[in-house]
Design a protein around this ligand. Structure first.
Ligand SMILES: Cc1cc2nc3c(=O)[nH]c(=O)nc-3n(C[C@H](O)[C@H](O)[C@H](O)COP(=O)(O)OP(=O)(O)OC[C@H]3O[C@@H](n4cnc5c(N)ncnc54)[C@H](O)[C@@H]3O)c2cc1C
Length: 330
């Protein structure tokens, strides 16, 4: 590492709703935030055309447009948005000192505080027909997109707690929900399984996989494969929900921060503090329960306020130290 590293007050890693909201608050608190966007500037919402549930957009908003608005708002207060990926971090100073981050495997920078907002990535099946119809009826978020299929027939793939919860959520809105479980039983808790099996309009299919999603521009149907019998069956649906899990984008923080067994960063109580002083986490990277733009934005706000309070304490302690040293010297 060179001696002349750039030193910034607040580094924000990630440019989704959490990162931009943290940037707005941090910039207005004069923390002079620098944001690195990562490979997906704007985050997950740039992959969707309709966001109907973010407060303030009475007529709904296109995902990429909403993220451009957030970027403009963050830049209006002086956030510096840089295209780049943080590829390594050095949090070895556990006393609340200066942390380091490496950009694009080449340049190290120093930061007095860091807000991690690197989000999570939804897992998909990987079928070509599924990928082609993402945004055309294939979705990884029932709470986000279920409303668009009100009164219609849909299907959901997955057998864990999230899939079970999303299936019952969809069953409330939609006419019929076909649920495809790969194994001969669900992985969901007994209570969640009971909710699914006691919901009349959920048609539960075990040992069943997606063979192909039917439709050119939009989902029109689903061909299912029963793995036990080898039989294929086609049903008419307008929406397909994939609920086979998310992967938090935390690889670079492994063994540097405390995480749960699925890789989500653990934050302290009702705060965004990680186990390393001066490092905060907001958005989907620390939330496997709600995973919504508005909750990500809410924790982004919290992270900036936590960072601001942390830096204020550090600065006042440094001030006290200088005063004490001067007294001793005098
Ligand atoms: C198809 C789809 C539709 C959705 N629709 C809705 C909806 O209608 N309403 C709703 O509320 N929610 C919706 N969601 C969920 C919502 O998008 C997420 O909850 C929200 O985007 C999470 O925000 P975030 O800021 O935590 O992370 P993300 O939006 O995931 O952003 C993460 C950011 O981190 C960056 N990054 C990752 N690693 C690095 C790194 N090493 N260095 C630098 N940057 C990095 C990425 O480039 C990205 O910019 C939808 C999600 C999907 C996938």
């Amino acid at each position: 590492m060179s001696d002349k590293l750039e030193r910034i007050k607040t580094l924000i890693i990630g440019s989704g709703p959490a990162g931009y909201t943290a940037a707005i608050y941090a910039a207005r608190a004069d923390l002079k935030p620098v944001m690195y966007t990562g490979l997906e500037p704007g985050g997950q919402l740039t992959t969707t055309t309709e966001v109907d549930n973010f407060p303030g957009y009475a007529d709904g908003v296109d995902g990429p447009k909403m993220m451009m608005d957030l970027q403009k708002q963050a830049e209006r207060f002086g956030t510096e948005v840089r295209i780049g990926m943080i590829t390594e971090v050095d949090f070895s100073d556990k006393t609340g000192g200066i942390h380091k981050a490496c950009v694009d495997n080449s340049t190290w920078i120093e930061a007095e505080s860091i807000i991690i907002s690197t989000g999570a990535t939804a897992r998909y099946l990987g079928l070509p027909s599924e990928q082609r119809l993402r945004g055309g009826g294939v979705s990884a978020c029932a709470v986000c997109d279920g409303f668009f299929y009100k009164g219609q027939d849909v299907a959901i793939v997955g057998g864990g707690d999230t899939a079970a919860e999303e299936a019952t959520y969809l069953a409330n809105i939609c006419n019929k929900v076909t649920m495809l479980v790969r194994g001969d039983q669900m992985r969901a808790s007994k209570a969640m399984q009971h909710r699914v099996t006691s919901t009349k309009n959920i048609d539960l299919r075990y040992n069943t996989e997606v063979d192909e999603v039917i439709g050119e521009q939009v989902v029109e149907g689903l061909r299912m494969l029963n793995k036990e019998t080898g039989e294929k069956e086609q049903i008419e649906i307008t929406g397909l929900f994939i609920a086979i899990g998310h992967k938090p984008n935390t690889d670079i923080f492994k063994e540097k921060l405390t995480m749960d067994d699925t890789g989500y960063i653990i934050t302290e109580g009702k705060s965004t503090k990680t186990n390393v002083p001066g490092v905060f986490a907001s958005g989907d990277v620390q939330d496997k329960i709600y995973r919504q733009a508005v909750t990500a934005a809410g924790t982004g706000c919290m992270a900036a306020l936590d960072a601001e309070r942390y830096l204020a304490v550090v600065e006042s302690e440094e001030g006290e130290e200088v005063k004490t040293t001067k007294k001793v010297e005098a």
